[in-house]
Design a protein around this ligand. Structure first.
Ligand SMILES: [Mn+2]
Length: 311
């Protein structure tokens, strides 16, 4: 079986349709289907930000239900479930309805305003999306593959975001909380000496996303591994988390990190497919031919995206 692994869509249904078309998918009974039986794997974050969130969800869900695709949960789907699920014990919801949380989720709220029943069905679907998928020749997770977390999920998670699970997972620093945070949102490193930076939503942050997938020989300075860290801070030698290395030979594909510019492969066994389609970037896919996966390492020429002017 061959797969096309697609990065974070964030409501950009038009780009998704164009990319599927470019890879040879055709509509069959209204569902995207590949004549050579290739399957799509989506790395999560279908909602929020973009202009066509409902359309995106219908494409992804239809492909999954017809057996033409697999989809893992992104932090935006997880956050949406928390935002809309009531905490019956303490009142309120499992995700607070503050300015920042509403701002992040606003496009989805707006676009589903007149489709509350449809939204409920999608929320129920989100609850059952897997937190990772392990195929024979590769793995997929939204933000961070850590063996201990994956093993915990395999042994303890019942494949559904029940209210009981959400209760534990939204209680700070519980086992569930730490595992969900890192698996869906990635690892963060606190900045020392009171350093902070302003993120893309204008919020001040004192911790940076950690590029856990970088091979050790690409981690010379702090700026190599700490995303968006303050300039002067980034120039100092990196000493952080050198024990965190993705050491499996089985490639893992993930999204989440809003990378920019021309897509590259920083590590042939840990490949980020998020190139910021929701921020004037690109929706990209990796075309994986598993029959060759063992003898042919992951190669940048298998990355595909839309170039301007293509239609
Ligand atoms: Mn994400």
């Amino acid at each position: 079986m061959n797969y096309d692994i697609i990065g974070d869509v964030h409501g950009h249904a038009e780009e998704l349709e164009q990319l599927l078309q470019k890879m040879g998918y055709k509509l069959k009974n209204g569902i995207h289907d590949h004549p050579d039986e290739r399957k799509v794997v989506f790395v999560g974050d279908y909602i929020d930000r973009g202009p066509k969130i409902r359309e995106t969800l219908h494409i992804v869900q239809n492909m999954c239900e017809s057996g033409n695709a697999y989809a893992v949960m992104g932090n935006h789907e997880y956050n949406a479930v928390c935002f809309h699920t009531k905490d019956k014990e303490n009142g309120g919801y499992f995700r607070v309805h503050g300015f920042k949380e509403i701002q992040q989720h606003y496009e989805t709220l707006k676009q589903f305003k007149n489709f509350p029943e449809e939204w409920k069905l999608f929320l129920n679907w989100f609850k059952k999306l897997p937190l990772f998928i392990e195929f024979d020749n590769f793995r997929v997770v939204h933000a961070y593959w850590k063996d201990e977390h994956i093993n915990w999920i395999k042994n303890n998670y019942n494949n559904e975001l029940t209210a009981d699970f959400l209760k534990r997972a939204t209680t700070k620093y519980s086992e569930e909380y730490n595992i969900i945070e890192e698996t869906l949102k990635g690892k963060e490193v606190s900045l020392e000496n009171g350093n902070s930076f302003i993120d893309k939503d204008g919020a001040s942050r004192t911790a940076c996303r950690f590029k856990w997938w970088l091979p050790l020989d690409q981690r010379k300075l702090k700026k190599d591994v700490l995303m968006h860290c303050p300039k002067a801070y980034g120039e100092s030698e990196n000493t952080e988390n050198n024990e965190i290395v993705y050491s499996s030979e089985k490639p893992v594909f993930f999204g989440h990190y809003w990378l920019q510019g021309e897509p590259v492969i920083e590590n042939p066994t840990a490949i980020c497919l998020d190139y910021s389609v929701a921020k004037d970037g690109k929706l990209i896919a990796y075309q994986l031919n598993t029959a060759m996966a063992n003898s042919h390492p992951v190669n940048v020429s298998n990355l595909i995206w839309l170039t301007k002017g293509w239609n």
